[in-house]
Design a protein. Structure first.
Length: 132
């Protein structure tokens, strides 16, 4: 079976996850880092660089997180790419939060566990372009 594990890159910014009331549509400033707003009808979750969400009202905040980008684009018929990475991190007790775009996936890990995540992914055979 061909190894479909993509190479990974750490994004430079620290990110936050923020819980807001359902229906919230916060304005986020432009800049580097990922930005996501997801509303499931029960709550709105915002993921963005810490500096971009400093003034947002919240019902909860979790930060800081480091972000690993899976080099894409990833084929839509590929199976298990994110699952394998999540399993490697879970086996080391590293919690994750994942997001996907049309072309790739992002995996967030608590910033104080980024070094550990980096090491265990290297040990599992992943190529990582930079260090956290």
């Amino acid at each position: 079976m061909k190894n479909l594990d993509p190479a990974l890159s750490w994004l430079p910014d620290l990110h936050a996850m923020i819980r807001m009331d359902a229906g919230a549509r916060p304005a986020l400033p432009d800049g580097s880092g990922i930005r996501a707003v997801l509303d499931d009808g029960e709550e709105t979750t915002v993921v963005a660089p810490v500096r971009a969400v400093a003034g947002l009202p919240t019902g909860g905040r979790s930060e800081p997180w480091r972000v690993l980008r899976l080099d894409g684009p990833l084929p839509h018929d590929a199976v298990g790419i994110l699952a394998r990475m999540a399993t490697v991190l879970a086996n080391e007790g590293v919690p994750i939060f994942s997001l996907s775009t049309f072309g790739t996936d992002y995996v967030l890990v608590p910033s104080d566990r980024a070094g550990e995540a980096h090491h265990c992914l290297l040990e599992a055979g992943y190529a990582i372009h930079n260090v956290p």
